[in-house]
Design a protein around this ligand. Structure first.
Ligand SMILES: Nc1nc2c(ncn2[C@@H]2O[C@H](COP(=O)(O)OP(=O)(O)OP(=O)(O)O)[C@@H](O)[C@H]2O)c(=O)[nH]1
Ligand SMILES: [Mg+2]
Length: 407
């Protein structure tokens, strides 16, 4: 059979006898207790495992006592919130899934009742359902006169009754007030009776409650106008603008010099200027006729008789005879001659057509451009003065009052 383990924790202001209470119930006296000088003693959460010494629970259960630092540290080493935090983390970190009893301490010798504020601490940590697991332990009753004791118990009753929280008076047997066996027995019987009224607190509830507190704290932060600081801030941002622009640019144009009509007109003009005066060297085949002359000499002698005497007289004379004899000798040969030539109109027209002129023209074109424009605009910025943890205790308190829906 699995051994039943019960988790019992204490809660309350410093020097109210929490550690003493655990020492008594466990019988180990392992926890340091105050010397009576009022100096806070327990500074961290401590666990004491002990058998159920006084058979408060059935079947010889094992008891895990959780001792905690008291609120209102005399030397302000620990703040109340830090104490709550450390208790909470210790409990969540424990493998136990429930807290069976939370003993809330009130020194009845104290003239101020801190009970309400301890309940608030408990509710902030665990949520409102923790109230079902609380037993109020009123310590140091031995230090108070019976009349005062009665008066103070009435005040406690007024606080606890509406919440259905049981309370017991408790005197420590290790102190100056020596309590007898009988008184201890009565105390333990009262404790046992009170225990039957309790319901264990499920640790998952605590986690879920944490989540709820957190969520409502966040909502509270969002809805708290006094938490919001609004200020104008200049926000610099860049905008890319696309736009079209007409650009003029120089364009090189090569085009015919004349239109066809101008070609015709100019060709005619050029042709008329020529007036067939152009000398052109032309190779030509010609037929050559050669006339040959032959020359020869004729010698003629004549006898002439002298009168009276006949004297032969001879005279030789030479004649040159030219005999012309046409010789029909024909041949062909190529000769280079110069001749006038008339150019046809088309000749001028053709060359005119080939004439080109090169000019530059200004043309316009549409260009798509982009530019990055840096702009500054004023925005209202909202920042929070405080983060959600600031609202946590407030949220926990509201939730503890059971006003879940109003948060
Ligand atoms: N007269 C009297 N003194 C008590 C009683 N219970 C505890 N004390 C004394 O009160 C002082 C404080 O006791 P602790 O048990 O250390 O108290 P605590 O609540 O654990 O204190 P912290 O650890 O500081 O939170 C000690 O001197 C105890 O001896 C009691 O019922 N009667
Ligand atoms: Mg202590």
């Amino acid at each position: 059979m699995l051994q039943l383990t019960l988790v019992l924790a204490v809660l309350g202001p410093s020097q109210f006898g929490k550690s003493s209470f655990i020492n008594l119930l466990s019988g180990f006296y392992s926890l340091q207790v105050g010397t009576g000088d009022g100096i806070s003693t327990t500074l961290e959460v401590q666990e004491v495992k002990a058998p159920d010494r006084f058979n408060l629970f059935p079947e010889g259960a094992e008891v895990r006592f959780l001792d905690v630092p008291g609120y209102g540290d005399s030397d302000i080493r620990l703040k109340d919130e830090q104490i709550s935090e450390s208790i909470k983390y210790r409990l969540v970190g424990m493998d136990s899934r429930k807290l069976d009893v939370l003993f809330v301490f009130q020194s009845i010798a104290e003239s101020t009742m801190s009970l309400r504020s301890t309940f608030v601490h408990a509710e902030e940590m665990f949520g409102p359902s923790i109230l079902q697991s609380i037993i109020v332990v009123l310590t140091k009753g031995d230090l108070v006169a019976p009349a005062m004791l009665e008066k103070r118990i009435r005040i406690v009753d007024n606080i606890c009754r509406p919440k259905h929280i049981p309370y017991i008076t408790w005197a420590d047997n290790s102190t100056d007030s020596i309590i007898d066996e009988e008184q201890l027995k009565k105390q333990l019987a009262d404790l046992k009776a009170a225990l039957t009224l309790l319901k264990s607190y499920e640790m998952t509830e605590m986690q879920a409650y944490e989540g709820k507190v957190e969520q409502s704290a966040r909502e509270m932060r969002l809805n708290d106008p006094s938490n919001i600081i609004r200020q104008e801030v200049n926000v610099t941002y860049a905008e890319i603008i696309t736009y079209n622009e007409t650009e003029t640019y120089e364009f090189l144009v090569i085009k015919p010099k004349f239109t066809e009509a101008e070609v015709q007109q100019e060709a005619k003009r050029l042709q008329s200027l020529q007036e067939n005066q152009e000398l052109v060297s032309v190779s030509k085949e010609i037929t050559e006729t050669v006339v040959e002359y032959e020359t020869y000499t004729v010698t003629e002698s004549t006898v002439r008789w002298a009168f009276f005497i006949i004297i032969p007289y001879r005279k030789t004379e030479y004649y040159q005879v030219q005999k012309v004899r046409p010789v029909n000798k024909q041949s062909t040969k190529t000769v280079q001659i110069l001749e006038y030539r008339e150019q046809p109109l088309e000749h001028f027209a053709e060359s005119l057509r080939k004439e080109e002129v090169c000019t530059t023209e200004l043309r316009e074109r549409l260009v798509e451009k982009t530019k990055v424009v840096t702009k500054v605009k004023t925005e209202i910025s909202e920042t929070y003065k405080r983060d959600w943890t600031h609202y946590k205790s407030q949220a926990a308190e509201i939730l503890a009052r059971g006003q879940w829906k109003q948060v």
